[in-house]
Design a protein around this ligand. Structure first.
Ligand SMILES: Cc1cc2nc3c(=O)[nH]c(=O)nc-3n(C[C@H](O)[C@H](O)[C@H](O)COP(=O)(O)O)c2cc1C
Length: 210
């Protein structure tokens, strides 16, 4: 089976792509409007795209009426946001903050989230998040009904229990970060791991020609 995407309605393209492109990390984005209204919402069209400079990208869609979502509007207005990562403990609260509440509703209060002040940007970070990245908008790219938010990470917070200063390692498994998968309410834990050694051409070539 193959699909000519130019012949499919957008909703069908969305269904196919989101069911296949899994698992996706979740950016639990906190923002604040210029007037000070706080907002939190999850976005799984998200990843890091570089470390020099440290860049994250989030794909934000539009509401049915074509308007920007609150997170998008706040980021375009203030150029600041925080990407919080989601532990299993926070999963239900994260899911609740995706609610289609009116713009004047503070989802941070609605979901009973504990916040902590950020250091470089105005929006607070979520205190229970294992990792929170304070970001400044590097560039926004409007592509059809998507706004690609390209952010530069200014500060990287990790909760003390997940970082060993001696080895400079994060305990990723202990953070119990959840991801997004197929299905309306589908999430995944990062517990079923396996490893593959990174191939090295010099060693590979010698073994191959023997
Ligand atoms: C786990 C999860 C991931 C989501 N990912 C996205 C996404 O990548 N892009 C998007 O536009 N909406 C995404 N949504 C929907 C938004 O969270 C939802 O539209 C929310 O109401 C937006 O809130 P805001 O207007 O406060 O920014 C996702 C929802 C959930 C539950």
């Amino acid at each position: 089976m193959d699909f000519d995407f130019s012949q499919l309605p957008a909703a069908e393209r969305y269904r196919l792509m989101t069911a296949a492109i899994t698992p996706r990390p979740i950016a639990w984005v906190t923002t604040q409007s210029a007037a000070g209204a706080r907002n939190a919402a999850p976005y799984s069209f998200f990843n890091m795209m570089g470390s020099e400079p440290p860049i994250v990208v989030i794909g934000m869609g539009r509401r049915a009426d074509g308007s920007h979502k609150d997170s998008t509007a706040n980021i375009l207005e203030t150029r600041e946001f925080v990407v919080n990562l989601v532990s299993e403990t926070d999963a239900a609260a994260m899911n609740l903050t995706s609610i289609d509440a009116p713009s004047d509703i503070d989802e941070i209060a609605l979901a009973g989230l504990t916040t902590a002040p950020s250091l470089a940007v105005a929006p607070p970070r979520i205190a229970t998040a294992p990792v929170a990245m304070e970001c400044r908008l590097y560039q926004a790219q409007e592509i059809g009904r998507a706004t690609l938010i390209i952010g530069q990470v200014l500060r990287f917070h990790v909760r003390d229990e997940f970082y060993d200063p001696a080895s400079r390692r994060l305990d990723t498994a202990a953070m119990q970060i959840v991801g997004r998968v197929h299905g309306a309410g589908g999430y995944v834990r990062g517990t079923d791991l396996f490893e593959l050694d990174r191939p090295n051409w010099a060693a590979w070539r010698d073994a191959w020609v023997e």
